[in-house]
Write a protein that binds this ligand. Sequence first.
Ligand code: NAP
Length: 305
Amino acid sequence: MLQLAIIGGGVAGLSAAIYAARYGIECKIFEQKSIGGQIVVSANVENYPGVPGPISGFDLIQNFEKQVKNLNIPTEYKQCVNIQKNSEGKILSFDDGSRVEAKAVIIATGASPRRLNAKNEAKFIGRGISFCATCDGFFFKGKNVAVVGGGDSAIDEALFLSKIVNKIYIIHRRDQLRASKILQEKAFSTTNIEFLWSTVVESVNGDNKVESLTLKSTKDGSVSELKIDGVFIYIGLIPASKDFCPPVLDDKQGYIISDSKMATNIEGIFVAGDVRLSPLKQLITAAADGAIAADSANRYLMGLE
Ligand code: NAP
Protein backbone atom coordinates (compact mmCIF):
# COMPACT_ATOMS: atom_id res chain seq x y z
CA MET A 1 0.00 0.00 0.00
CA LEU A 2 1.21 3.46 -1.00
CA GLN A 3 1.76 5.82 1.91
CA LEU A 4 0.48 8.93 0.16
CA ALA A 5 -1.41 9.42 -3.10
CA ILE A 6 -1.44 12.96 -4.48
CA ILE A 7 -4.21 13.54 -6.98
CA GLY A 8 -3.34 16.39 -9.33
CA GLY A 9 -0.03 17.61 -10.74
CA GLY A 10 -0.56 21.37 -10.59
CA VAL A 11 1.29 23.74 -8.28
CA ALA A 12 -0.52 22.48 -5.16
CA GLY A 13 0.10 18.79 -5.95
CA LEU A 14 3.75 19.31 -6.94
CA SER A 15 4.42 21.38 -3.81
CA ALA A 16 2.79 18.69 -1.66
CA ALA A 17 4.98 16.06 -3.36
CA ILE A 18 8.19 18.04 -2.77
CA TYR A 19 7.39 18.44 0.92
CA ALA A 20 6.20 14.85 1.32
CA ALA A 21 9.37 13.44 -0.28
CA ARG A 22 11.53 15.52 2.02
CA TYR A 23 9.63 14.04 5.00
CA GLY A 24 10.60 10.62 3.64
CA ILE A 25 7.03 9.71 2.70
CA GLU A 26 6.63 7.27 -0.19
CA CYS A 27 4.26 9.16 -2.48
CA LYS A 28 3.03 9.16 -6.05
CA ILE A 29 1.32 11.85 -8.14
CA PHE A 30 -1.69 10.88 -10.23
CA GLU A 31 -2.37 13.41 -13.01
CA GLN A 32 -5.14 13.12 -15.59
CA LYS A 33 -3.63 15.24 -18.39
CA SER A 34 -0.25 16.91 -18.10
CA ILE A 35 1.79 18.38 -15.28
CA GLY A 36 1.21 22.03 -14.46
CA GLY A 37 -2.47 22.83 -14.13
CA GLN A 38 -3.94 26.28 -14.84
CA ILE A 39 -0.68 28.25 -14.65
CA VAL A 40 0.75 26.59 -17.78
CA VAL A 41 -1.40 28.87 -19.97
CA SER A 42 -0.16 32.08 -18.32
CA ALA A 43 2.15 33.94 -20.68
CA ASN A 44 4.01 35.72 -17.92
CA VAL A 45 4.27 35.21 -14.18
CA GLU A 46 5.74 38.07 -12.17
CA ASN A 47 4.05 37.72 -8.80
CA TYR A 48 5.59 34.49 -7.53
CA PRO A 49 7.99 35.59 -4.78
CA GLY A 50 11.62 34.72 -5.39
CA VAL A 51 11.12 34.49 -9.18
CA PRO A 52 11.31 38.09 -10.45
CA GLY A 53 10.59 36.99 -14.01
CA PRO A 54 9.02 37.58 -16.37
CA ILE A 55 8.77 33.81 -16.69
CA SER A 56 6.07 31.92 -18.54
CA GLY A 57 3.82 29.62 -16.54
CA PHE A 58 5.17 26.78 -18.67
CA ASP A 59 8.81 27.55 -17.76
CA LEU A 60 8.00 28.00 -14.09
CA ILE A 61 6.29 24.63 -13.99
CA GLN A 62 9.31 23.02 -15.66
CA ASN A 63 11.29 24.10 -12.59
CA PHE A 64 8.69 22.56 -10.27
CA GLU A 65 8.81 19.39 -12.35
CA LYS A 66 12.62 19.28 -12.25
CA GLN A 67 12.51 19.52 -8.46
CA VAL A 68 9.99 16.68 -8.29
CA LYS A 69 12.10 14.51 -10.63
CA ASN A 70 15.25 15.18 -8.56
CA LEU A 71 13.39 13.78 -5.56
CA ASN A 72 12.45 10.64 -7.56
CA ILE A 73 8.73 11.16 -7.08
CA PRO A 74 6.85 9.09 -9.66
CA THR A 75 3.89 10.38 -11.68
CA GLU A 76 1.20 8.23 -13.25
CA TYR A 77 -1.06 9.70 -15.91
CA LYS A 78 -4.63 8.66 -15.23
CA GLN A 79 -7.80 10.21 -13.90
CA CYS A 80 -9.08 9.43 -10.43
CA VAL A 81 -12.79 8.73 -10.66
CA ASN A 82 -13.54 7.55 -7.14
CA ILE A 83 -12.09 7.46 -3.62
CA GLN A 84 -13.36 5.06 -0.98
CA LYS A 85 -12.30 4.53 2.60
CA ASN A 86 -11.81 1.13 4.20
CA SER A 87 -10.32 0.05 7.53
CA GLU A 88 -6.76 -0.02 6.10
CA GLY A 89 -6.75 3.25 4.16
CA LYS A 90 -8.23 4.66 0.97
CA ILE A 91 -8.94 2.94 -2.34
CA LEU A 92 -8.57 5.12 -5.41
CA SER A 93 -10.22 4.02 -8.65
CA PHE A 94 -9.02 5.33 -12.01
CA ASP A 95 -10.50 5.81 -15.46
CA ASP A 96 -8.43 2.92 -16.87
CA GLY A 97 -10.11 0.53 -14.42
CA SER A 98 -7.07 0.26 -12.12
CA ARG A 99 -7.17 0.72 -8.34
CA VAL A 100 -4.53 1.99 -5.93
CA GLU A 101 -4.54 1.68 -2.15
CA ALA A 102 -3.03 4.49 -0.12
CA LYS A 103 -2.89 5.27 3.58
CA ALA A 104 -3.36 9.00 3.00
CA VAL A 105 -4.56 11.11 0.08
CA ILE A 106 -4.06 14.74 -0.89
CA ILE A 107 -6.64 16.01 -3.37
CA ALA A 108 -5.08 18.79 -5.47
CA THR A 109 -7.21 18.60 -8.59
CA GLY A 110 -7.64 22.36 -9.02
CA ALA A 111 -10.37 24.23 -10.81
CA SER A 112 -10.83 25.53 -14.27
CA PRO A 113 -12.19 28.93 -15.26
CA ARG A 114 -15.54 28.65 -16.94
CA ARG A 115 -15.18 29.46 -20.65
CA LEU A 116 -17.41 31.75 -22.64
CA ASN A 117 -17.70 29.34 -25.54
CA ALA A 118 -17.32 32.33 -27.88
CA LYS A 119 -15.85 31.87 -31.36
CA ASN A 120 -11.99 31.91 -31.39
CA GLU A 121 -11.84 31.90 -27.57
CA ALA A 122 -9.40 28.98 -27.37
CA LYS A 123 -7.08 30.54 -29.99
CA PHE A 124 -6.54 33.74 -27.98
CA ILE A 125 -6.01 32.30 -24.48
CA GLY A 126 -2.64 33.70 -23.39
CA ARG A 127 -2.69 36.08 -26.40
CA GLY A 128 -5.04 38.72 -25.05
CA ILE A 129 -7.50 36.50 -23.20
CA SER A 130 -6.68 36.06 -19.54
CA PHE A 131 -8.43 34.52 -16.57
CA CYS A 132 -6.25 36.30 -14.00
CA ALA A 133 -5.99 40.09 -13.68
CA THR A 134 -3.63 39.77 -10.71
CA CYS A 135 -1.21 37.78 -12.89
CA ASP A 136 -1.62 39.47 -16.28
CA GLY A 137 -3.12 42.94 -15.64
CA PHE A 138 0.28 44.62 -15.69
CA PHE A 139 0.77 43.64 -19.35
CA PHE A 140 -2.21 45.80 -20.31
CA LYS A 141 -0.89 48.97 -18.68
CA GLY A 142 -2.48 52.03 -20.32
CA LYS A 143 -4.58 49.87 -22.71
CA ASN A 144 -8.29 49.25 -23.16
CA VAL A 145 -9.65 45.93 -21.91
CA ALA A 146 -12.93 44.12 -21.38
CA VAL A 147 -13.96 42.16 -18.31
CA VAL A 148 -16.71 39.62 -18.82
CA GLY A 149 -19.01 38.69 -15.91
CA GLY A 150 -21.16 40.30 -13.26
CA GLY A 151 -20.14 38.48 -10.07
CA ASP A 152 -17.76 39.46 -7.26
CA SER A 153 -14.71 38.19 -9.17
CA ALA A 154 -15.46 40.25 -12.29
CA ILE A 155 -16.06 43.44 -10.33
CA ASP A 156 -13.17 42.88 -7.89
CA GLU A 157 -10.77 42.27 -10.76
CA ALA A 158 -12.14 45.20 -12.80
CA LEU A 159 -11.45 47.46 -9.80
CA PHE A 160 -7.93 46.05 -9.61
CA LEU A 161 -7.43 46.66 -13.35
CA SER A 162 -8.86 50.18 -13.18
CA LYS A 163 -5.63 51.37 -11.55
CA ILE A 164 -3.48 49.89 -14.32
CA VAL A 165 -5.31 50.12 -17.64
CA ASN A 166 -6.76 53.09 -19.52
CA LYS A 167 -10.36 51.92 -19.86
CA ILE A 168 -12.43 48.87 -18.88
CA TYR A 169 -15.66 47.70 -20.43
CA ILE A 170 -17.54 45.32 -18.12
CA ILE A 171 -19.64 43.08 -20.33
CA HIS A 172 -22.53 41.43 -18.50
CA ARG A 173 -25.29 39.26 -19.90
CA ARG A 174 -28.00 40.84 -17.71
CA ASP A 175 -28.84 44.42 -16.70
CA GLN A 176 -28.08 43.80 -13.01
CA LEU A 177 -24.91 42.65 -11.32
CA ARG A 178 -24.68 39.60 -9.11
CA ALA A 179 -21.72 41.15 -7.21
CA SER A 180 -22.12 42.52 -3.66
CA LYS A 181 -23.53 46.04 -3.32
CA ILE A 182 -20.31 47.47 -1.94
CA LEU A 183 -18.33 46.28 -4.96
CA GLN A 184 -21.05 47.53 -7.31
CA GLU A 185 -20.96 51.00 -5.76
CA LYS A 186 -17.18 51.14 -6.08
CA ALA A 187 -17.37 50.10 -9.74
CA PHE A 188 -20.17 52.58 -10.55
CA SER A 189 -18.06 55.42 -9.14
CA THR A 190 -14.86 54.42 -10.99
CA THR A 191 -14.54 56.79 -13.92
CA ASN A 192 -12.65 54.49 -16.31
CA ILE A 193 -15.17 51.62 -15.99
CA GLU A 194 -18.06 51.51 -18.47
CA PHE A 195 -20.80 48.87 -18.31
CA LEU A 196 -22.13 47.14 -21.40
CA TRP A 197 -25.37 45.68 -20.05
CA SER A 198 -27.37 42.78 -21.45
CA THR A 199 -24.52 41.87 -23.75
CA VAL A 200 -22.70 38.64 -24.58
CA VAL A 201 -19.49 37.98 -26.48
CA GLU A 202 -20.12 36.24 -29.79
CA SER A 203 -16.53 36.09 -31.05
CA VAL A 204 -13.00 37.20 -30.27
CA ASN A 205 -11.21 38.73 -33.26
CA GLY A 206 -7.63 39.52 -34.26
CA ASP A 207 -4.62 38.15 -36.11
CA ASN A 208 -2.05 37.06 -33.55
CA LYS A 209 -3.59 38.78 -30.54
CA VAL A 210 -6.96 40.09 -29.46
CA GLU A 211 -8.02 43.21 -31.37
CA SER A 212 -11.80 43.31 -30.99
CA LEU A 213 -14.90 41.52 -29.77
CA THR A 214 -18.13 40.93 -31.60
CA LEU A 215 -20.92 41.58 -29.12
CA LYS A 216 -24.59 40.73 -29.19
CA SER A 217 -27.40 42.32 -27.21
CA THR A 218 -29.46 39.83 -25.19
CA LYS A 219 -32.37 42.30 -25.39
CA ASP A 220 -32.79 42.97 -29.12
CA GLY A 221 -30.17 40.71 -30.74
CA SER A 222 -28.27 43.63 -32.28
CA VAL A 223 -24.59 43.01 -33.06
CA SER A 224 -21.68 45.44 -32.54
CA GLU A 225 -17.89 45.44 -32.55
CA LEU A 226 -15.75 46.64 -29.64
CA LYS A 227 -12.06 47.42 -30.19
CA ILE A 228 -9.99 46.28 -27.20
CA ASP A 229 -6.49 44.98 -26.38
CA GLY A 230 -7.42 42.28 -23.90
CA VAL A 231 -10.27 40.33 -22.31
CA PHE A 232 -10.49 39.09 -18.74
CA ILE A 233 -13.07 36.37 -18.30
CA TYR A 234 -14.69 35.93 -14.87
CA ILE A 235 -17.82 33.91 -15.29
CA GLY A 236 -17.12 31.47 -12.47
CA LEU A 237 -14.72 28.60 -11.74
CA ILE A 238 -15.46 24.92 -11.93
CA PRO A 239 -13.72 22.99 -9.11
CA ALA A 240 -12.58 19.51 -10.11
CA SER A 241 -14.23 17.85 -7.13
CA LYS A 242 -17.75 16.73 -7.77
CA ASP A 243 -17.21 13.60 -9.80
CA PHE A 244 -15.11 11.56 -7.44
CA CYS A 245 -15.06 13.26 -4.08
CA PRO A 246 -16.16 11.77 -0.81
CA PRO A 247 -15.20 14.78 1.41
CA VAL A 248 -17.84 17.39 2.13
CA LEU A 249 -18.19 20.11 -0.51
CA ASP A 250 -19.63 23.58 -0.04
CA ASP A 251 -23.15 23.52 -1.36
CA LYS A 252 -22.81 26.74 -3.38
CA GLN A 253 -19.96 25.97 -5.78
CA GLY A 254 -18.66 22.51 -4.97
CA TYR A 255 -15.28 23.37 -3.41
CA ILE A 256 -13.88 20.94 -0.83
CA ILE A 257 -14.17 22.20 2.74
CA SER A 258 -11.09 21.89 4.95
CA ASP A 259 -9.69 23.20 8.21
CA SER A 260 -6.51 25.29 8.41
CA LYS A 261 -4.41 22.08 8.33
CA MET A 262 -5.99 21.18 4.97
CA ALA A 263 -7.81 18.25 6.62
CA THR A 264 -11.21 17.36 5.15
CA ASN A 265 -14.01 15.73 7.13
CA ILE A 266 -12.55 12.32 6.19
CA GLU A 267 -9.59 11.17 8.27
CA GLY A 268 -6.46 10.85 6.13
CA ILE A 269 -7.84 12.83 3.18
CA PHE A 270 -6.37 16.29 2.77
CA VAL A 271 -6.95 18.98 0.16
CA ALA A 272 -4.77 21.70 -1.37
CA GLY A 273 -5.03 24.48 -3.94
CA ASP A 274 -7.87 25.76 -6.07
CA VAL A 275 -10.21 22.84 -5.42
CA ARG A 276 -10.32 23.92 -1.75
CA LEU A 277 -12.82 26.46 -0.40
CA SER A 278 -10.51 29.43 0.25
CA PRO A 279 -10.47 33.23 -0.03
CA LEU A 280 -7.57 33.60 -2.50
CA LYS A 281 -6.61 31.41 -5.41
CA GLN A 282 -3.06 32.18 -6.50
CA LEU A 283 0.16 30.26 -7.21
CA ILE A 284 1.53 31.14 -3.81
CA THR A 285 -1.57 29.98 -1.92
CA ALA A 286 -1.63 26.71 -3.91
CA ALA A 287 2.03 26.08 -3.04
CA ALA A 288 1.43 26.92 0.62
CA ASP A 289 -1.64 24.67 0.77
CA GLY A 290 0.44 21.83 -0.72
CA ALA A 291 3.15 22.22 1.92
CA ILE A 292 0.62 22.31 4.77
CA ALA A 293 -1.28 19.30 3.37
CA ALA A 294 1.98 17.29 3.14
CA ASP A 295 2.88 18.22 6.70
CA SER A 296 -0.58 17.18 7.91
CA ALA A 297 -0.34 13.91 5.94
CA ASN A 298 3.05 13.25 7.56
CA ARG A 299 1.63 13.79 11.04
CA TYR A 300 -1.32 11.54 10.19
CA LEU A 301 0.97 8.77 8.89
CA MET A 302 3.14 9.03 12.00
CA GLY A 303 0.06 8.73 14.20
CA LEU A 304 0.60 12.20 15.61
CA GLU A 305 -2.84 13.55 14.82
P1 NAP B 1 -20.20 33.97 -9.75
O1 NAP B 1 -20.59 34.65 -8.51
O2 NAP B 1 -20.78 32.63 -10.04
O3 NAP B 1 -20.52 34.96 -10.96
C1 NAP B 1 -20.34 34.57 -12.27
C2 NAP B 1 -20.83 35.69 -13.18
O4 NAP B 1 -20.63 35.29 -14.51
C3 NAP B 1 -22.33 36.01 -13.03
O5 NAP B 1 -22.55 37.40 -13.13
C4 NAP B 1 -22.95 35.29 -14.21
O6 NAP B 1 -24.08 35.95 -14.75
C5 NAP B 1 -21.85 35.33 -15.23
N1 NAP B 1 -21.88 34.20 -16.13
C6 NAP B 1 -21.92 32.88 -15.81
N2 NAP B 1 -21.89 32.12 -16.91
C7 NAP B 1 -21.82 32.99 -17.95
C8 NAP B 1 -21.75 32.83 -19.36
N3 NAP B 1 -21.74 31.62 -19.91
N4 NAP B 1 -21.68 33.93 -20.13
C9 NAP B 1 -21.68 35.16 -19.59
N5 NAP B 1 -21.74 35.39 -18.25
C10 NAP B 1 -21.83 34.31 -17.46
O7 NAP B 1 -18.60 33.72 -9.85
P2 NAP B 1 -17.41 34.60 -9.26
O8 NAP B 1 -17.63 36.05 -9.48
O9 NAP B 1 -16.18 33.96 -9.78
O10 NAP B 1 -17.47 34.33 -7.70
C11 NAP B 1 -17.38 33.01 -7.19
C12 NAP B 1 -17.57 33.04 -5.66
O11 NAP B 1 -16.47 33.70 -5.06
C13 NAP B 1 -18.82 33.80 -5.26
O12 NAP B 1 -19.40 33.16 -4.16
C14 NAP B 1 -18.30 35.15 -4.87
O13 NAP B 1 -19.11 35.81 -3.91
C15 NAP B 1 -16.93 34.79 -4.29
N6 NAP B 1 -16.00 35.93 -4.43
C16 NAP B 1 -16.00 36.89 -3.48
C17 NAP B 1 -15.18 38.00 -3.61
C18 NAP B 1 -15.21 39.07 -2.59
O14 NAP B 1 -15.94 38.96 -1.64
N7 NAP B 1 -14.45 40.13 -2.75
C19 NAP B 1 -14.35 38.11 -4.72
C20 NAP B 1 -14.37 37.10 -5.68
C21 NAP B 1 -15.21 36.03 -5.53
P3 NAP B 1 -25.50 35.99 -13.99
O15 NAP B 1 -25.34 36.97 -12.87
O16 NAP B 1 -26.43 36.42 -15.05
O17 NAP B 1 -25.74 34.58 -13.53
